[in-house]
Design a binder for this molecule. Structure first.
Ligand code: FAD
Ligand code: NAI
Length: 465
């Protein structure tokens, strides 16, 4: 195959890992191409992940407020109706504006978008639908896909993945969600707020397994109050879809008596796995780990010189901001700089109401590693702004080293938790102690005062409780 063009860097995949890496590499003076097979840039995140799910979470929360919360504020609205077609159209508009934004950024930074499916034919060479390109550096940023569940075949009609869960044209009567993680709880919340009966079937005895246990238990209680039903310690062993819905077989996770359950729609959300299909990795000799992640060293280099990888395709949390940080770090490493990601300080946020946000270590992790720690907690019921907003569910929890007072972890359930956690991310990046945060003057009345009070509570000196 004749070589059509040569680049310094070819990034395969235009998601938040790939497109950010491409832009940063171009900023640093490299000649960059990004191969994306989707019709639009932005990857899973902008097209079928973070952005459309947040658009629907926002719209469904507006609907819920109009039907359940506004009267309490003295705002009386009669005859509130759901226009799901408009809600979905708005979501598409939000997605479209975002993906066009990435295309604009590529043009601005002179990143060439090669449209098509890439295959690495040799180190330094990428074939895209019959055309060959060479590059000094190849970056695998091909992302991830949903993990399939044996016996529960996704048809994106009655048995759906998150992609189908973002596109329903009618509110299901009964939505059964398999998996009590990020996707199950976010999309479960969307459809619950719009009127669906929602049952979450979770294999483990708890939801959101990677999060702090105390916060997760509070989270489950809050979602239960909203009408979401949970079947913990339960597995789905089979599901059969017909025109009138789906029949499922549920069993205790540890084994036992099976039972039948009916649902209109079943959402399978039991995790995601790296997507590297058709890339030619086996032929070129790029090593994968046992979970199918591309193996990389601390500099995102694979075992084959000149081939690098990042984002959902490698190990670590499958989060857009983690992928993006790796994109920047790798571009800087390729430019001879010292790119670096602090994996100890990557926030995770579940964008439900209340929101749940977590950073650093959980109480369970600290106990397991034998680190002595102090806990400071402060509830939103004692925060004036939360009370004024009518959003008092939840609390801030800060975990600090018992000897040095250094913040080791922070966990928030409550209003705008995802935004509040950024203050603690900043503090942790600067190696702050709980006292450092406690002595910062926080504006009144703000939700952030709950963060300050939790920091004070680490030394048993919270003021407003
Ligand atoms: P991706 O975004 O998956 O991008 C990979 C791209 O590579 C894709 O566009 C794909 O088409 C392309 N590609 C693959 N193979 C080839 C090939 N051979 N040739 C050309 N192109 C190829 N994370 C958050 O941080 N916050 C959230 O709120 C959030 N919400 C989510 C909601 C849902 C429903 C889902 C499914 C995920 C969500 N995530 C969220 C996770 C987030 O989407 C991913 O962590 C992120 O997209 C990973 O970025 P990436 O660049 O590694 O891969
Ligand atoms: P997840 O890993 O968050 O949760 C999967 C859940 O399914 C876990 O609780 C797990 O114990 C459970 N499970 C596994 N096998 C099961 C089985 N056979 N039966 C019942 N339960 C089972 O995965 P999810 O929700 O699919 O999301 C994938 C990833 O996408 C997330 O881990 C996250 O990285 C990313 N994401 C991030 C979001 C955010 O940042 N707000 C939103 C949505 C997705």
């Amino acid at each position: 195959m004749a070589i059509s063009e040569s680049f310094d860097v070819i990034v395969i995949g235009g998601g938040p890992g790939g497109y950010i890496c491409a832009i940063r590499a171009a900023q640093l003076g490299m000649k960059v191409a990004c191969v994306e097979k989707r019709a639009t840039l932005g990857g899973t995140c902008l097209n079928v992940g973070c952005i459309p799910s947040k658009a629907l979470l926002q719209s469904s929360e507006e609907f819920f407020h109009a039907t359940h919360a506004l009267a309490d504020h003295g705002v009386l609205v009669d005859g509130v109706k759901l226009d799901l077609a408009r809600m979905q159209a708005r979501k598409e508009e939000v997605v479209s504006a975002n993906v066009k934004g990435v295309e604009f950024l590529f043009k601005k930074n002179k990143v060439v978008w090669v449209k098509g499916t890439a295959r690495i034919s040799a180190p330094g060479q990428v074939d895209v639908d019959g055309t060959s390109y060479t590059a000094k550096h190849i970056v695998i940023a091909t992302g991830s896909e949903s993990v399939p569940l044996p016996g529960v075949a996704v048809d994106e009609r009655k048995i759906i993945s998150s992609t189908g869960g973002l596109e329903l044209a009618a509110v299901p009567k009964h939505l059964l969600v398999i998996g009590g993680g990020y996707i199950g709880l976010e999309l479960g919340s969307v459809w619950r707020r719009l009127g669906a009966e929602v049952t979450v079937v979770e294999f483990l005895e708890r939801i959101v397994p990677a999060m702090d246990g105390e916060v997760a238990r509070h989270f489950q209680r809050a979602l239960t109050k909203q009408g979401i039903k949970f079947r913990l310690g339960t597995k789905v062993t089979a599901a059969r879809g017909g025109d009138d819905g789906v029949t499922l077989i549920l069993e205790p996770a540890k084994g036992g008596v099976a039972e039948e359950m009916r649902a209109d729609i079943v959402l399978v959300a039991i995790g995601r796995r790296p997507y590297t299909q058709g890339l030619g990795l086996a032929e070129v000799g790029v090593a994968l780990d046992t979970r199918g992640c591309v193996q990389t060293d601390a500099h995102y280099a694979t075992n084959i010189p000149g081939i690098h990888a990042l984002g959902d395709a490698i190990a670590g949390p499958m989060l857009a901001h983690k992928a993006g940080e790796e994109g920047v770090a790798l571009a800087e490493i390729l430019a001879g700089q010292a790119g670096h990601v602090n994996y100890g300080v990557i926030p995770g946020v579940v964008y439900t109401a209340p929101e749940m946000a977590s950073i650093g270590q959980t109480e369970e992790e600290l106990k397991e590693s034998g680190v002595a720690y102090n806990v400071g907690k402060f509830p939103f019921t004692a925060n004036g702004r939360a009370r004024a907003m009518g959003a008092m569910e939840g609390f801030v929890k800060i975990l600090a080293d018992a000897k040095t007072d250094k913040i080791l972890g922070a966990h928030i359930i409550g209003p705008d938790a995802g935004t509040l956690i950024a203050e603690l991310a900043t503090a942790m990046e600067f190696g702050a102690s709980a006292e450092d945060v406690a002595r910062i003057c926080h504006a009144h009345p703000t939700l952030n005062e709950a963060v300050k009070e939790a920091a004070l509570a680490v030394a048993d000196r919270a003021l407003h409780i």
